[in-house]
Structure formats: structure tokens, C-alpha cells
Design a protein around this ligand. Structure first.
Ligand code: MN
Length: 225
């Protein structure tokens, strides 16, 4: 695994995303799991699992479903640096992935087979998530894709266990697990396009006052952090 493709796509003088300094994986064997909700050209959810010092990454257009009868398309994308798991903010418009990024869920994961690389190669990768929103057993199954993406297409599916459910989790739990913010609030606070970001928030969840901490400072411009 290398971060060459990740770095090639980004200008780190412009984007606030991490460039990916070498970092050792936690020696206790814990592995980071994160899903970032990303209002870029298209809204999608970036599903990431730590493996050998990077984050394996899939873009899931509709986000994960805890309903085992629902299969969600997951396109594998370039590995991301471990620090990316902490990234929430605004990628400038015109840059790669320009738009608003939210840490939608975060926690740890563990593989359900001894050899993760073999499972990935086989296209049948089972694992357990222990996040704030998602839990239990899941699988990524490689599927037949199209053209150049032929080997990058996977389906993300919940296994039947006590965490399976038919709730629309994207609609019911739209806020960041890091800041409690909606996409529009992250965009506003980060100097991004709040109107565009708001199109990724549930229509009934973006009302001001839904959260006590979302105070509005009218007229005054807050300096960018
Ligand atoms: Mn993305």
C-alpha cells in the first residue's frame, strides 16, 4: 500500500487535508474505522478501514444500510493516510473532492478472517464494526463493475445479527460524531459553501435550534480557524 495516488491528486498548499506523514499503526492491534460524509460533486459516504498503516477506502454513494436485504454499491478508491480519519472540514472548490467533509461515524473494526489480504483478493471480505452509529458484522463483496472500474466495484452488505435494522440511518443520524454538526454547519464554520452542503443534510434536520451549540453570529465574520 502506498499513498502515491492520494498525494498526486491533491495540492497540499491549498487543501486542508493531511498529506500523510508516516505513522505507525497502534501496537495494540486496534484498527481505525471511519465513515466520512462528503458533499462533493455528488454526495457520498467514504468508508475507510485501517490496514497496514493506511486507510483502505471505498466511496459509497448512498451510504451504508443496516438492513441485510439492502446492498450498497461501494467503489474502491485510493488508500488514504491514517490521519485522514480525523479530517472534517472544507476542501476548496476546484480542488480534488472540493466540498464539505463530515466525520459521520468512527470507531474500530476487526476482520472476521485471519488473512485480510486474501479476503480482499478473493473479493469476499467480512469484518465487524464497532462505531458510534454502525455495529456488528458486515461484508464487502466484489461485484462486476464497468470498464476501467471493473475490479473496483464492491457491495457493502450488513450481515444478520442483533445490530441489523431497517432504519434509514443516514436520515435519522445525520450529524458528525466528532463535532455534532450538520454538513451546512461544517461548511459555514469552515468558510465553505453552506448552501451546497445543506443539500446533503436531511430536509427536516437542518433547522437552526436543533442543536444548542449552533449559535449564529449575524453580521460578524468569524476569522477562519
Ligand atoms: Mn469522497
Amino acid at each position: 500500500m502506498a499513498l502515491g495516488e492520494y498525494r498526486e491528486k491533491r495540492k497540499f498548499k491549498i487543501t486542508p487535508e493531511p498529506s500523510g506523514k508516516p505513522r505507525k499503526a497502534a501496537s495494540d492491534g486496534r484498527r481505525v474505522y471511519v465513515i466520512q460524509k462528503h458533499r462533493a460533486t455528488q454526495l457520498h459516504y467514504d468508508f475507510r478501514l485501517e490496514h497496514y498503516g493506511v486507510l483502505l477506502s471505498w466511496a459509497v454513494p448512498k451510504g451504508p444500510s443496516p438492513d441485510p436485504s439492502v446492498k450498497r454499491l461501494a467503489m474502491q478508491v485510493e488508500d488514504h493516510p491514517l490521519e485522514y480519519a480525523e479530517f472534517e472540514g472544507v476542501i476548496p472548490e476546484g480542488e480534488y473532492g472540493g466540498g464539505t467533509v463530515m466525520v459521520w461515524d468512527k470507531g474500530e473494526w476487526s476482520p472476521e478472517s485471519d488473512d485480510v489480504d486474501a479476503a480482499l483478493k478473493k473479493g469476499d471480505f467480512k469484518f465487524t464494526l464497532n462505531g458510534k452509529k454502525l455495529h456488528g458484522s458486515w461484508v464487502l463483496v466484489r461485484t462486476r463493475g464497468f470498464g476501467s472500474k471493473a475490479d473496483k466495484s464492491w457491495l457493502l452488505i450488513k450481515h444478520r445479527d442483533k445490530f441489523a435494522s431497517t432504519i434509514d440511518i443516514e436520515e435519522k443520524e445525520p450529524r458528525s460524531v466528532l463535532s455534532g454538526k450538520l454538513l451546512a454547519e461544517i461548511a459555514r464554520d469552515g468558510g465553505g459553501d453552506a448552501e451546497k452542503a445543506a443539500t446533503g443534510d436531511p430536509k427536516n434536520g437542518s433547522k437552526p435550534g436543533a442543536r444548542a451549540a449552533s449559535k449564529k453570529t449575524k453580521g460578524k465574520k468569524k476569522p477562519k480557524a
